[in-house]
Design a protein around this ligand. Structure first.
Ligand code: SF4
Length: 497
């Protein structure tokens, strides 16, 4: 049998789906290019991995990369036998065609080794166990005396003092030795089956299903579903439908919302969605006029852009705290002016929050409603009030004036073209088709945070200006979109009057 070498990541691919692994090995051209958000995730993983090594002073990095595996294996062997380094990073081992590069291999005081897998998450997830198990299987297979194993994650409860990162508190080691050991036999069987499957020139026949998203969204999904006709209004559009209910419908062969039986239990909103799809037009329900009457002039519209550093950078913050760096406010002075006034603020250097709060309070004034879309802005203002108590009263007054347009839409209006989503990106093209994001270089919050991180790290003034201008344009479009959504809702309510 022609045996293909497996790595830890290939094993995890095969653990999710054999077809995914087969594509990884035999059809590499199908793999989509890595986008900038995905690349930023990889970079974060590398940054966390590098920092984790500092917890092990005197540790030795096996630096040979994937193009020099024999050298990495030889160096690892030498270091293990030399009894010198207290820890090895990226140590390489190979057993029965499976290669493992271990993030940290720590020499234990009483003898033997602890295997540590570093993750940039804040908790140990179920999928981390087979990930550790396959490495343990390799290490045991080459005869290494491994006596412990752990997943090292960031500690979400660690608060940075702004002076020095306390690495013992920043990281948290989750013991997984027993759980991983319990999987060793299964790993051996899996490896055998994967190698046998990979030896075939024919791809295994596996139909797409829920496994394509668990534990990771598979990047071959578009390819695997290319010939499968997609429902016009699939049952996933039934807002908030539970997995067991969806599976029940699927088991009855029902893919379209319009085919859901009338006696099938649905929530109130799900029933409205089915009605709108069957009737083929929008539906108004609830009381739109009274919901909109809670909005008082001058009407402002607020949107934040944030970034989430895995490793805290500012005093008082924790791993993955959301840090607002930009806001946009549009204001309709009399509640209906044709071109609302615009103010924004983008912080370019250091902790954005103190200056952002000052500018925000000025931009929001002290009267009138502040429209937002979703609870995101409220959470940011609350976090700012908690972090900067000197502004708490003023920020709490801002919170008291917030009006969330999203639940107003959800409780009062549905259009089949929302396709089950009430996000502003789904609602805007339906209620205000003349406005979109297609002309913008940045048209997504995740991309915005990646671009911001790139700009603040850049020494190129031209690049920084280009990015900052695009970020401001994107944030301004979000608040203008809210202006348009509210305008459309007002028109709907007036048409009913
Ligand atoms: S999309 Fe689904 S079926 Fe296709 S390779 Fe990925 S996990 Fe397997």
């Amino acid at each position: 049998m022609n045996r293909h070498r497996l790595s830890k990541s290939r094993y995890m691919s095969g653990h999710q789906c054999h077809l995914r692994l087969w594509y990884d090995v035999h059809e590499r051209d199908l793999m989509p290019l890595i986008g900038e958000v995905q690349q930023a995730k990889f970079d974060t993983g590398n940054e966390v991995g590098d920092l984790a090594r500092e917890r092990y002073p005197g540790g030795h990095l096996v630096a040979h990369d994937y193009r020099h595996i024999p050298q990495a294996l030889a160096e690892t062997r030498r270091l293990i036998e030399s009894d010198g380094a207290p820890a090895l990073f990226e140590a390489a081992f190979q057993c029965k065609g499976v290669l493992a590069r271990v993030d940290v291999l720590e020499r234990m005081p009483g003898g033997g080794w602890r295997m540590v897998e570093v993750k940039s998450t804040t908790r140990c997830k179920p999928e981390h166990i087979p990930d550790a198990a396959v490495q343990l299987w390799v290490l045991r297979g080459v005869g290494l005396d491994v006596r412990d194993a752990g997943i090292l994650t960031l500690n979400r409860y660690y608060i940075y003092d702004g002076i020095r990162l306390d690495l013992d508190a920043l990281f948290k080691l989750h013991p997984v030795f027993d759980e991983a050991s319990a999987l060793l036999e299964t790993v051996g069987e899996d490896v055998g089956m994967m190698q046998e499957m990979l030896a075939s020139d024919a791809a295994p026949e596996i139909a797409p299903g829920s496994h394509c998203f668990e534990p990771y969204e598979c990047w071959y999904y578009a390819h695997c579903t290319r010939n499968i006709p997609q429902p016009e209004h699939g049952i996933r559009e039934l807002w908030g439908i539970r997995a067991n209910r969806r599976e029940e419908l699927e088991s009855m062969g029902i893919a379209e919302v319009r085919d859901v039986p009338h006696d099938f239990p649905l929530s109130g909103l799900q029933s409205i969605i089915r009605r709108a799809v069957i009737d083929g037009h929008d539906l108004e329900y609830g009381n739109l006029a009274s919901a909109l009457a809670t909005i008082t002039p001058p009407v402002r519209y607020l949107d934040f852009e944030t970034f989430q550093p895995a490793i805290p950078r500012f005093a008082g913050t924790r791993p993955y705290d959301q840090i607002p760096f930009l806001f946009s406010v549009h204001t309709e002075v009399d509640g209906s002016s044709p071109s609302p006034e615009h103010v924004d603020y983008l912080h370019e250097e250091g902790d954005p929050r103190p200056m952002l709060i000052e500018h925000l309070l000025e931009a929001l004034g002290d009267e009138g409603s502040i429209c937002v879309y979703s609870g995101f802005e409220q959470r940011q203002v609350k976090a700012l009030a908690a972090a900067f108590p000197q502004y708490a009263d003023a920020l709490n007054s801002v919170i008291a004036r917030l009006v969330d347009l999203l639940p107003i839409v959800r409780r009062n209006y549905y259009h089949p073209d929302f396709h089950g989503s009430f996000s502003i990106k789904s609602v805007l093209p339906v209620v205000a088709p003349s406005m979109g994001y297609g002309d913008l270089e940045v048209a997504d919050g995740l991309v915005a945070s990646v671009w911001y991180a790139r700009a603040v790290a850049s020494a190129d003034a031209g690049e920084r200006r280009h990015i900052f201008d695009n970020l401001r344009a994107y944030c301004a479009r979000d608040t203008l979109a809210m202006v348009e959504v509210r305008k459309a809702l007002v028109a709907l309510a007036q048409a009913d009057a």
